[in-house]
Design a protein around this ligand. Structure first.
Ligand code: G3P
Length: 217
């Protein structure tokens, strides 16, 4: 499973990149607002800090506007994935952009029908928002299972990028289903490392090691 960081905070991205476990980054207009940085500048910095795909989202709602913005975004770096919303103009733009060899992340997916359309439009990534579905009493993970089944039925190459991840269990459940990618805030990625038994076991090992009076090297 690929791990993307869902943030526009360059310091957090650099820190995660140092672990060697980071495969890409996703941003959205809300995350850019939160970072308080110039959109094009921060995306360029992120694209330099990581070698994998960096999603940068268009804000136009019409096809022509999306294509104009996509042109600006894809010129930033080779690893930019243009993010478009799951709308009719968005999928039209997706089809043309992927046909040109540009990576496209189709975002704001909330149904299997939408995911099927995105695959037909040649999307590189489909982003179903699991947390936001859970928020309204629906099952985000059921959607991931449905999309996995549909994509496998037809050998669609579109990668399932699980978004709106709110807990380590979202990551584990998505991995069990076979989602290709998950994107999560750095805080959630950090939580994946943690287990109280690891901390307790480590403390006990170190105590016993000290009692031996030995050193390594
Ligand atoms: O990047 C899109 C998605 O991950 C947003 O997550 O927590 O705002 O629902 P959230």
């Amino acid at each position: 499973m690929k791990f993307f960081a869902d943030t526009a905070e360059i310091a957090e991205i650099r820190e995660l990149a140092e672990t060697g476990l980071l495969d890409g980054v996703t941003t959205n207009p809300s995350l850019i607002h939160k970072a308080g940085r110039n959109f094009l500048e921060v995306v360029a910095e992120i694209a330099e800090a990581v070698s994998g795909p960096v999603s940068a989202e268009v804000v136009a709602l019409d096809y022509d506007g999306m294509m104009r913005e996509a042109d600006v975004l894809r010129q930033i770096a080779d690893n930019i994935a243009v993010k478009v919303p799951l709308t009719e103009p968005g999928l039209k733009a997706c089809k043309v952009l992927t046909g040109d060899g540009t990576m496209v992340n189709v975002t704001l997916c909330f149904s299997a029908a939408q995911a099927l359309l995105a695959a037909k439009a040649g999307a590189t990534f489909i982003s179903p928002f699991v947390g936001r579905l859970d928020d309204v009493g629906l099952s985000g993970m059921e959607l991931i299972s449905d999309i996995r089944m549909i994509y496998d039925n037809y050998d669609y190459e579109t990668q399932i990028l699980v978004a709106s991840v709110r807990s380590p269990m979202h990551v584990v459940e998505a991995a069990k289903i076979g989602a290709d990618v998950m994107t999560a805030p750095p805080k959630i990625i950090g939580q994946l490392f943690k287990h109280p038994l690891t901390d307790a076991g480590l403390a006990a090992f170190l105590k016993d090691w000290e009692a031996t009076g030995q050193r390594i090297g």
